[in-house]
Every structure is written in structure tokens, then in C-alpha cells.
Design a protein around this ligand. Structure first.
Ligand code: HSE
Length: 444
């Protein structure tokens, strides 16, 4: 059979990895796919660099639309990123009857419904394994490997940059700003790291996993997003003393009321495997009613790890190309006709309805009755305390200090009740600084 013809839009880090891995492993990939996979065209604004990567093996063009206009191209691989031109090109490729492979989590998390509908109408595949957790085949695991299960929850370290920063803060006892600069110097963090450190990149990925896990449309606008920029080194240290590590988790969970979809720093018991995922690595824990808890670990970014996921999608398409599109794997795991119905039954919950436990750090005047007042306000809100740690005043504010930190771990409570209690506690004259609140996930 004729090799499937691929056009790459963008040949930066992931594009060149895709080209190199396809070249290196072409014989095995052909045996697995049942036919060859050939990158026939590459579009990049920097045509000189693109030619250096592909040599004479593919035609290099400066205009991506030349690929979409070529009737010989079967699959377009979008590696441009962002919502702008990438969205237009993906929709144009679909309209031209081409299958699409993309690593663009932002595009799918925000515009996925429109893109998947356009693909279904046209009978083409949109595949996006590389969009979530890079080289870890988590989309395939959720969509196919775990298809027998009612998924209960998914929790993942799905942003390597922030995990690297948190690991360094813990290892070296440094504050966020210092480690961010180091991460940028080492090339882990982008020059503009906003999407990573503010949790947006993780929320894009969590949004996609939520849709696949629960059969709901992609709803990035309903995700709660909190990054790591406000985390203090002291909180990482106190968490450790209490037996926890702080990780930026993307969480989506099925509850009786609806679906939780949230990204925020979380205390995770140190004994959990996921708490020990360090540096830029990614890991995702999935809990299904039949299988129990499963863990997926690996590189969430990088040239060849991400290429591994892109090529897996190309192999799937090579196997399915020409088959009845209604019988291919649905992009969001559930048949598209059932997504709306499930969405009505299972709304994405507002954060006030989320139930979780908390770590609180409260800077107080070190005097009689302060702890009692705080615990009374928590008790009045129905919030049960799990553990309390009080630092020596000297340790917190230096010799002769009259301030101290109270660290409180709570049991599960509604976020709305916690918000109310914290507002009251914050109003006490003996509370001397904004309260730090970090959510806690036992993941058991
Ligand atoms: N910037 C991401 C990360 C990789 O740090 O994990 C691409 O999603």
C-alpha cells in the first residue's frame, strides 16, 4: 500500500523530533501501521532551518496553506501552537478532508467542540495524544485501555516546568522567584512562563482529560485555575514536616453533584508514588471502578518524547485511513451524540461546591486564646481539624518575636464553607497577614 502522506505545519522541537524518529524507526513503524508513513511536505516560516532538518527528504514551503491545498497530503500535523493561525489552519485542513494530528492542548481545550464537530461532519480524525503529558500515552489509556470503567477521578502532574520549580524549591529550600530564574536559565521554563506557572497549561490538559473521562464536552472556561506563583518556601517545609509534598495537580473528579475540574497546588502524602515524581517529569493517576488506581509516568515534554505521541497518532490514522469514520475511536472517547446529554447530567461544579481538605498557614500574634478563637470559627463552619502545628515564635520572626505561624490541616469540607470561615478568621485582629490556604489530596 502507498505510504500515507503527511504534511508538517511547523518544524521546531517537536517537528524535528517527529521527522527524526520516523526516519530512524521507519521499518518497525511500517510493520506496525501496515503501511509507510512519509513526511512529504514541511511548512515553516524559517525555511532555511527546515531544510537543514529534512534535507531532500521532504518538500519545504513557507506557506502552510500550500500543504492544505495539496490533494496528495492525507494527514496534517499541526505543531504551531496557540489559538490563532493554528485554529484557522486546523479547520481548513479538516474542510479539505485531511486528518489532523496536533499537540495543541490550548486549541483543543478552548475550541475542541467546534473542531471535533467539524471533523465528525467531514469524516476525518483529529488525534491529540501529544497534547496531554507529552510522551505518556494517557489519552489512549483513558479512551481505550480503561474504557470498561466508570472513571472516578484523574489527578496528574501534567506540567513539567512547575514540577521542576517545586522540586527545586523543596530540595534547595529556595523561594519561587529564585528557582524560576534558574529554570529559565536552564531552558526548562519559557521566556514568558505565564501559562505554565499560572496553571493554565495544566488546566488545558486537565480539561481534555475531564472530557474523555466523563463524557462531557471540553469546558476550559469552567475550570478552576491557580498556579504556583504565591507558594512560599515555608509552606513546602511545613508540609514536609507534616508528611506531605506540594505538587501542582490537575484534578477532575466525578461527584454526585457533578464534575470537579481544577488545577491548584495540592498537598499530597509523601508516601504516594506521585508525590515522588520529581523534576520535569509528568505523572497521571487514574482511578476507575473496575481497575482501581493506575499510574502513568514519563516525560511530559521534549523533542522525541512528544514525537513518540505524535507518531502513535499517525500510526492510528494509517491503520484507520479509509475505514468507516463512524467506527473509529471517538475523539472524546464517548460517541459525540451522547456528549450533550451527559453534560446536562454532570455539570462542571463551581469551586464553592468542591469538597476537599486543606492546609492553612495563619500568621498570628503569639498570645493566649488566639488558637482557641480560630478553632472555634472553624468548628462553627462545621470544619473538622486533622492536625495542628505551631512554630516557635523565634523560628518564625527571629529572636524576641511576638508572631508565630499556626499550621492547620483540616478534614474534607466544602470550599464555600472554608471561604466563609477564612474570611472571618482573616478579620480577627490577632491574625497578622493574609492566610495561606493550600488544598490537600489524599489520592487513596
Ligand atoms: N510547558 C509544558 C510543561 C510542556 O512544562 O510541561 C508542554 O505542554
Amino acid at each position: 500500500m502507498k505510504p500515507i502522506q503527511v504534511g508538517l505545519l511547523g518544524i521546531g522541537t517537536v517537528g524535528s523530533g517527529t521527522f527524526n524518529v520516523l526516519q530512524r524507526n521507519q521499518e518497525e513503524i511500517r510493520r506496525r501501521a501496515g503501511r509507510g508513513i512519509e513526511i512529504a511536505m514541511v511548512a515553516d516560516l524559517d525555511t532555511t532551518r527546515a531544510k537543514q532538518v529534512v534535507g531532500d527528504a521532504a518538500q519545504v514551503v513557507g506557506d502552510a496553506r500550500a500543504i492544505i491545498a495539496n490533494p496528495d497530503i492525507d494527514v496534517v500535523v499541526e505543531l504551531i501552537g496557540g489559538y490563532g493561525i493554528a485554529k484557522a489552519l486546523v479547520l481548513e485542513a479538516i474542510a479539505a478532508g485531511k486528518h489532523v494530528v496536533t499537540a495543541n492542548k490550548a486549541l483543543l481545550a478552548v475550541h475542541g467542540s467546534e473542531i471535533f464537530k467539524a471533523a465528525a461532519d467531514k469524516g476525518v480524525i483529529v488525534a491529540y495524544e501529544a497534547a496531554v503529558a507529552g510522551g505518556i500515552p494517557i489519552i489512549k489509556a483513558l479512551r481505550e485501555g480503561l474504557t470498561a470503567n466508570q472513571i472516578q477521578w484523574v489527578a496528574g502532574i501534567i506540567n513539567g516546568t512547575t514540577n521542576f520549580i517545586l522540586s527545586e524549591m523543596r530540595d534547595k529550600g529556595l523561594d519561587f522567584d529564585v528557582v524560576l530564574k534558574e529554570a529559565q536559565r536552564l531552558g526548562y521554563a519559557e521566556a514568558d512562563p505565564t501559562f505554565d506557572i499560572e496553571g493554565v497549561d495544566a488546566a488545558h490538559k486537565a480539561t481534555l482529560m475531564s472530557a474523555i473521562a466523563f463524557g462531557i464536552p471540553v469546558q476550559f472556561d469552567k475550570a478552576y485555575v491557580e498556579g504556583i506563583t504565591k507558594l512560599a518556601g515555608a509552606d513546602i517545609k511545613y508540609a514536609e514536616q507534616l508528611g506531605y509534598r506540594i505538587k501542582l495537580l490537575g484534578i477532575t473528579k466525578r461527584t454526585d453533584k457533578g464534575i470537579e475540574l481544577r488545577v491548584h497546588p495540592s498537598l499530597v502524602p509523601s508516601k504516594r508514588l506521585i508525590a515522588n515524581v520529581e523534576g520535569a517529569m509528568n505523572a497521571v493517576v487514574v482511578n476507575g471502578d473496575a481497575v482501581g488506581t493506575t499510574l502513568y509516568y514519563g516525560k511530559g515534554a521534549g523533542s522525541e518524547p512528544t514525537a513518540s505521541a505524535v507518531i502513535a497518532d499517525l500510526v492510528d490514522i494509517a491503520r484507520l485511513h479509509g475505514a468507516d469514520p463512524a467506527h473509529s475511536v471517538p475523539p472524546l472517547a464517548f460517541q459525540s451524540s451522547t456528549l450533550g446529554a451527559a453534560g446536562k447530567e454532570l455539570p462542571v461544579l463551581p469551586m464553592a461546591e468542591v469538597v476537599t481538605s486543606y492546609y492553612l498557614r495563619i500568621r498570628v500574634a503569639d498570645e493566649a486564646g488566639v488558637l482557641a478563637k480560630i478553632t472555634t470559627l472553624l468548628a462553627n463552619a462545621g470544619i473538622s481539624i486533622d492536625a495542628v502545628l505551631q512554630r516557635e515564635a523565634d523560628e518564625v520572626g527571629g529572636e524576641g518575636s511576638t508572631q508565630t505561624d499556626l499550621i492547620i490541616l483540616t478534614h474534607d469540607t466544602r470550599e464555600g464553607d472554608m471561604d466563609k470561615a477564612l474570611a472571618e478568621i482573616q478579620g480577627l485582629p490577632t491574625v497578622l497577614a493574609p492566610i495561606t490556604r493550600i488544598r490537600k489530596e489524599e489520592l487513596n
